[in-house]
Design a binder for this molecule. Structure first.
Ligand code: PMH
Length: 401
């Protein structure tokens, strides 16, 4: 695992693995015991850290993990994840041998792909496949029974392939009106009826369906957003069957504080002007960290109280208006709790006119992640310093030319 134990910057994200564990336990408790949970950890676990998230979800009872791309699956195997891993997205047929050798299950939805993939495998290889059905998401998947049967036949005809699963994905599970979901479910059930025999895993539910529905569970669910403690939609928020605990929080420390008289301007474009005597603090986070310029005016928490970001957000820094002098080093919380107040992911998503899913994904890998276990910081993942030169420096105390 490419993690480092240190960072040199007063900006970090805290990943509360205790909350993640509790969310997975609650999800497990909400669905029948025989339904397997695949923890969706694509996109570096929605920005939370793929290996740490996977280990915690598996410890809490997840059966396996799911990612979007083969690279993500390989990264997990390299990080020591030995559970079932499913790649949900497309993999190039010419790349299947590495998947077979690392026991990574792939998704198939084209017959020609099987023909080409079969040609890449040697006699001793075995590749597990899940057939993706497009029942109305319109993304990837087989849409007709003919396509489905063609793929099933081809898988069974090829000794190196194993038909391990079949699945679909809902487009509207996070909406309370079930009409479209029911239509998708009907199409999926029709496809299942056409198979000669059912594979080990049959799955259709994302978080929203797993939390809200009982007739979509089959024998496995693919849970992402709820595991991270976030609601699948604002519509669902009042209906959640148990409280979700946010896993990701974002923090910085004041690197500079100054008192300005009235009429002084702040940041690019000089768009903010002090109205009277004001204390202005600077924090080392900016749009290159995913703290986007549109967050100008957003509140952050200092000593448990809300204070606004003033002036334009720069690439690496932004300014906040403090109620009074605060020393360098004062903790500033941009997402999360401080004292009695909270800035939630949903608040930030609202400010950015987007969904909560996007927020942890866009907090860039320049921001180190500190992992909290049993209430204690245990590990730091700093992608920036996971380079050869850093490892060399740590070993030899010097840089090579
Ligand atoms: N299964 C598939 C195929 C997915 O694409 C996703 C999430 C999930 C399960 C997990 O969904 P959840 O996080 O709502 O539980 N995929 C995406 C996506 O492509 N854009 O946003 C979420």
């Amino acid at each position: 695992m490419e993690t480092q134990t240190q960072f040199f910057r007063d900006t970090w994200a805290e990943i509360n693995l205790d909350h993640l564990y509790e969310n997975v336990k609650n999800i497990k408790g909400h669905i029948p015991e025989e339904v397997n949970v695949f923890a969706v950890v694509k996109a570096n676990a929605y920005g939370h850290g793929d290996v740490q998230t996977s280990l915690t979800a598996l410890a809490a009872g997840a059966h396996g993990v799911a990612v979007a791309f083969l690279d993500e699956a390989i990264s997990l195997r390299r990080g020591g994840i030995t559970s079932p891993i499913l790649v949900l997205g497309a993999t190039r047929a010419k790349d299947v041998q590495i998947a077979a050798r690392l026991d990574i299950s792939l998704t198939v939805f084209q017959r020609e792909w099987l023909v080409e993939a079969g040609g890449q495998l040697s006699e001793g290889d075995h590749l597990n496949l899940h057939i993706k059905c497009d029942t109305g998401m319109g993304r990837v998947g087989v849409r007709t029974v003919e396509e489905l049967k063609g793929i099933e036949k081809n898988i069974h005809a090829h000794p190196q392939f194993g038909l391990e699963g079949i699945f679909t994905h809902f487009a509207t599970a996070d909406e309370l009106n079930d009409d479209y979901l029911d239509e998708q479910l009907k199409r999926f059930e029709h496809m299942l009826e056409q198979l000669d025999s059912l594979p080990v895993y049959i799955h259709s539910s994302n978080s929203a369906a797993a939390l809200r529905k009982t007739n979509t569970l089959f024998n496995a669910v693919r849970v992402g957003i709820a595991m991270y403690g976030l609601t699948p939609s604002m519509e669902m928020k009042p209906e959640l069957p148990f409280p979700l605990k946010e896993v990701f929080s974002l923090h910085a420390r004041l690197i500079h504080t100054k008192e300005l008289g009235a009429g002084e301007k702040i940041s690019y474009g000089a768009t903010y002007e002090t109205q009277g005597t004001e204390w202005i603090g600077t924090i080392p986070i900016g749009y290159a960290d995913g703290w986007l310029r549109k967050l100008q005016g957003q509140d952050v928490l200092v000593e448990g109280k809300r204070v606004p970001i003033v002036g334009r957000i720069c690439m690496d820094q932004c300014m906040i208006r403090l109620p009074e002098y605060r020393p360098t080093g004062t903790r500033v919380t941009l997402i999360g709790n401080q004292g009695a107040d909270t800035v939630s992911m949903d608040e930030i998503a609202g400010k950015l006119d987007t969904i909560n899913y996007e927020i942890p994904c866009i907090i860039s890998t320049r921001v180190p992640r500190i992992y909290i276990r049993n209430g204690e910081p245990t590990e730091v993942s700093n992608k920036l310093l996971s380079t050869g030169i850093q490892r060399q420096w740590e070993n030899n105390d010097q840089f090579d030319e």
